[in-house]
Write a protein that binds this ligand. Sequence first.
Ligand SMILES: [Zn+2]
Length: 193
Amino acid sequence: MSSEILRAKLLNLLLTDAVRKIDFVFGSFHVDFGGFMSVWSMVATGGIDVDVQPLSEKDAAGGYNYPTNKFLFPDEGFGTTPDQQSVLVHESVHAMRDVRYHGGSEPRATWAEDEAAAYVAGALFKLNAFPQARRSTYPLFAQAYEIAGAVKDKPGAVVSDNDAKAMIAIIATEPDYVKKGMTFWKRSFADGI
Ligand SMILES: [Zn+2]
C-alpha cells in the first residue's frame, strides 16, 4: 500500500546536504545529486511509488522493485535511524539506475555493479550525515566504507578498478545473493520507469 508518510520522508532525505555531497563514479555508474534529483522528481510526481509491504526476504531492510517502479519498506516508522536512512539512500541508487535506463544503452551494467554502487552510496551517506556512527565490520560494509572514505569530498571521484573489483567480488560471492541464484555477470535489472 502507498504511504504518504514514507514518501515525504524519502523526499526530505534526498534533499539533505549528506545526499547532495554524494558524487562518485563506480564502473559504468555515475552516482550524483542530479541522479538523486531525477529520483526525487519521479517520486514527487508519482512515477515511482513508495509502499509499505512486508518483505519476503527476511534480512532485507528495504527494496526497490524495478518492474513495478516501487520502493518497498516494512512499515511507516522506517527511515528514522542512521542505518535505515542509509537503506533509503541505497534503494534510491537502484531507482536512479532505473530512471536512467533507456533501453540497452548500458550493455555492460550488472546487478553486482548496481549493488556495489548502492552500498558505497549508503556508506558515504552515513559518513556525511553521521560521522560518529558505528560502522559495520561485515566484509561487504567494511569494503563499502573503505571506498566511501576514498571518494568522500571529491566530487566525481572515480572508484579505482581494484577497489571496484574487490567490492563486486564480495557481493557476487555473498551467500544471500548466491542462494538467490545471482551470478557475477547477471545483467542489471533496471528496465526503465
Ligand atoms: Zn540493493
